[in-house]
Unconditional design. Structure first.
Lengths: 152, 152
């Protein structure tokens, strides 16, 4: 799909502040609200905009603990990635799964109500996942910036 | 923290997939009147559980083919160092996510770039010049998947 400078200006504004009123976003992008709506529909049909999701604040839902678990897998087994990821999808406390090229193979974002709950999830569900060679944990203290913004 | 019933959780699940569903559409799906659906959504917004929208785009199609997660350790600790680092890192347009963490690193950053050469430019000119920067570990993102999490 071809995109032009108007599309880029619109996306830049929408990505920077997705919840802002459409009329404000249109003004910032220098187009009318009707054009913005039409262009966004087209970008969505063309697959450039993949999804618009509600952001859920897990802390406000009572999940006080968020941990980024970084795994190295035992790659002697060619099915290690697929089997690990399939099993991780079955753990309800896993809110994101990412794969990498680097020292880390897979990262899971895990939420829990408190440390006792986290300990239970970690010992009973996470350490039971297949093909783990190494795991280390980064516990979230604060999110300073979280944006899908792109320097378009 | 507010109490949620099964219907609230069903609304959250639906909105976490399609964040721009109207109250009318939500009502039709879950057998609620439009005002009843609107009241439930509004209550979860007021409680901070629904924290805005997240627009997901095909970054590669927009010319940003590389996403890298950086684990960053500060060379000097203390409150002033944290504030200086956070102020400077947030201002970098290619840095989408900044999280203060506890563990092997002090911060996690998500950085977008057009290609590996562009990433090297961002790393050298913008990241390596951040105040107080110590050790940095880079992992290139291959795939990412968001999960509904413990909403059921």
């Amino acid at each position: 799909m071809q995109i032009d400078d108007s599309d880029r200006r619109i996306l830049r504004q929408v990505l920077a502040e997705p919840a802002a009123p459409r009329s404000d976003l249109a003004e910032r992008a220098g187009v009318t609200a009707a054009t913005l709506g039409r262009r966004l529909d087209r970008l969505r049909e063309g697959g450039i905009v993949r999804a618009v999701r509600a952001a859920i604040d897990w802390r406000a839902l009572g999940f006080e603990v968020e941990v980024s678990l970084r795994f190295t897998l035992d790659k002697t087994n060619p099915r290690a990635f697929d089997e690990f990821i399939d099993a991780a999808r079955e753990v309800p406390e896993v809110v994101a799964i990412e794969t990498f090229l680097g020292r880390v193979d897979v990262r899971l974002n895990v939420v829990a109500r408190d440390m006792a709950h986290y300990q239970e999830v970690y010992r009973a569900r996470i350490l039971a996942l297949p093909h783990i060679a190494e795991v280390d944990a980064l516990m979230l203290i604060a999110t300073i910036k979280d944006s899908e913004g792109l320097p378009l | 923290m507010i109490d949620l019933d099964d219907l609230d959780r069903a609304l959250l699940r639906a909105l976490s997939l399609e964040g721009d569903l109207s109250a009318g559409e939500l009502g039709r799906r879950f057998g609620l009147s439009q005002p009843a659906a609107w009241r439930r959504v509004r209550r979860m917004e007021d409680a901070g559980i629904l924290a805005g929208l997240r627009v997901e785009v095909d970054r590669a199609a927009l010319g940003f083919g590389v996403t890298v997660f950086l684990g960053v350790k500060l060379a000097t600790k203390g409150r002033v160092s944290l504030e200086d680092f956070e102020r400077a890192v947030q201002a970098i347009p290619e840095v989408q996510v900044v999280q203060h963490v506890l563990g092997l690193f002090d911060y996690r950053l998500r950085v977008v770039a057009r290609d590996i050469a562009d990433f090297e430019r961002v790393l050298r000119r913008r990241i390596m010049t951040l105040p107080g920067l110590g050790q940095v570990e880079a992992n290139v993102l291959l795939t990412e998947e968001r999960r509904p999490g413990p909403l059921g």
